[in-house]
Design a protein around this ligand. Structure first.
Ligand code: SAM
Length: 273
């Protein structure tokens, strides 16, 4: 849909939207880059999208241009008038919720399957992603996650066993989802530029290993990666049933947690029960 909108920089100047560090505000203005991010989930015409932190609305515009039906939650009240203008330009296509995304259940707001697309505020990005990836209900209510993270966090999410980045975040993101880096983004693409590089991660759910409880997997990986330099015999000794489960699954006690692959973590969790 082609709708004539004022340049984003003008919107920011007119509404006095100086970037707030406390709210993790690093804005994107490049329309081509924003359109490329909005294309990552696949065709969005008629799809529901939940966006966290629309700010002045750059990514929101790209999602609306792609034909999505958007619900966006923004904590910074200064952005609301600019977002109201955008909602007017796309009648019936954008609903803005003023609030904290950490307290919002998107499914309760949308009531249908949806994609999550966000240039996340860095200070709450990991907590939000952990919330969306966690929980016992699977498949989740979201169809895909397209999320901008600091590069270092993105690398941890997609990391493979045996690497220094492999840990709880990788296991959480990969044991019942496919996670990949869809696009590295240079720090200079943002206004103001953050100190570090970024990357967009794309995550889609897959079938979970049967018989594995999220809470058990969390206990095991929490204990093991909480002392990641220690061998499993030491780090898991406080988790009831874990040493016996190591024995039954043939995972030797002298291994360190980053050498245990995701299928092995799942086997261990299943055995612990
Ligand atoms: N989407 C815009 C873009 O790409 O240019 C802005 C992205 S900026 C990195 C993050 C946005 O998240 C800011 O607008 C900030 O105010 C908002 N934000 C920060 N914490 C939030 C929270 N807990 N809930 C909802 N929005 C939040």
């Amino acid at each position: 849909m082609s709708v004539l909108l004022p340049p984003l920089r003008e919107v920011i100047a007119r509404h006095g939207l100086s970037a707030s560090k406390a709210l993790g505000q690093n804005f994107l203005f490049d329309e081509k880059l924003l359109d490329r991010i909005a294309a990552i989930p696949g065709p969005l015409a008629g799809e529901h999208v939940y966006e966290v932190g629309p700010g002045p609305g750059g990514l929101t515009r790209a999602l609306l241009r792609a034909g999505a039906q958007v619900v966006a939650v923004e904590r910074d009240h200064r952005c609301l008038p600019a977002l109201a203008e955008l909602a007017e330009a796309f009648p019936g296509k954008l609903r803005v919720i003023a609030g904290d995304a950490l307290k919002i259940d998107p499914f309760a707001e949308i009531g249908a399957p949806f994609h999550i697309v966000s240039n996340l505020p860095y200070n709450v990005g990991t907590a939000l992603a952990v919330g969306w990836l966690g929980g016992n209900a699977w498949p989740p209510t979201w169809k895909s996650l397209t999320l901008m993270f600091q590069r270092e966090v993105a690398d941890r999410i997609v990391s493979a066993p045996g690497t220094g980045a492999f840990g709880r975040l990788a296991i959480l993101a990969q044991w019942r989802s496919n996670a990949s880096i869809a696009m590295p983004v240079h720090r200079s693409a943002f206004t103001p530029p953050p100190k570090v590089m970024s990357a967009v991660v794309h995550i889609t759910p897959k079938e979970a290993a049967s018989g594995v409880k999220m809470s058990v997997l969390e206990n095991l990986t929490g204990a093991a990666f909480g002392q990641r330099r220690k061998m499993l015999r030491q780090s898991l000794k406080g988790v009831p049933g874990a040493l016996e489960a190591l024995h039954k699954t043939g995972i030797t006690e002298d291994r360190r947690p980053e050498t245990v692959n995701i299928a092995e973590w799942c086997a261990l969790a299943k055995e612990v029960g």
